[in-house]
Design a protein around this ligand. Structure first.
Ligand code: SAH
Length: 210
């Protein structure tokens, strides 16, 4: 069930659901999602569903990972990308195939430790991750051409907007559970342009450390 056939079937589904970017579809096909979930769930790794990763968190649904990545890449391949909410590291690994350098922040230590082991064993050399509160961003490496947030705050954090490069893009779910919307916010010379992408369901973005 972790075979190439089940990965191909997932890609066909994502295409049917409207994912158009061939390079994003290729990255989903080639990234071993079963390595990012518990062994007991490996047989479901290529189903188009979110799965538990422990600590009350989930690995995002492949469709959502593809949708967010595609939306982020619309402005071209970014030099530096910041991800908030490393979780199991699957979305991070997808981003690492498009950006020169990916920075990722996670507030649950045990999840971060597991994700780091996976990055190492799969030989990703362009991912830097830290334990911290992603709501503060990672100012040392700013500005970012892309920021992708995989947990939902009630409103867009100003701090993250301020760490976006001009022409850069923030992809973020906003709102309380049951009524979240996925937004794409592009920084322009004189402000921000906001676009509504989808209705979504993410775990909440927490404040402080776990
Ligand atoms: N992209 C991840 C999604 C995991 S769920 C994956 O596919 O596995 C969202 C993650 O965001 C959780 O791991 C949660 O601990 C983390 N998170 C929530 N609030 C956070 C914050 N303020 N800073 C950093 N990480 C946060």
């Amino acid at each position: 069930m972790t075979s190439q056939r089940s990965r191909d079937r997932l890609v066909i589904q994502l295409r049917e659901m409207g994912i158009r970017s061939e390079s994003v579809l290729a990255s989903i096909r080639s990234t071993p999602r079963h390595i990012f979930v518990d062994e007991a769930l490996a047989s479901r790794a290529y189903d188009n569903t979110a799965l538990p990763i422990g600590h009350n968190q989930t690995i995002s649904q492949p469709y959502i990972v593809a949708r967010m990545t595609e939306a982020l890449l619309e402005t071209g391949e970014p030099d530096r990308v910041l991800e908030i909410g490393t979780g199991c590291g699957y979305q991070t690994a997808i981003l690492a195939q498009f950006a020169r350098q990916v920075y990722s922040i996670e507030r649950i230590k045990a999840l971060l430790a597991n994700a780091r082991e996976r990055f190492q064993s799969l030989n990703y050399r362009n991912i830097k991750s830290i334990y911290g509160d992603g709501g503060q961003g990672w100012p040392e490496n700013a500005p970012y051409q892309g920021i992708l947030v995989t947990a939902a705050p009630a409103k867009v954090p100003e701090t993250l907007l301020s760490q976006l490069a001009v022409g850069g893009r923030l992809i973020i779910p906003i709102g309380h559970s049951g009524q979240q919307k996925l937004l794409s916010i592009t920084r322009t010379d004189d402000g921000y342009v906001e676009k509504h992408l989808d209705g979504v369901s993410f775990v909440p973005l927490r404040t402080g450390m776990g």
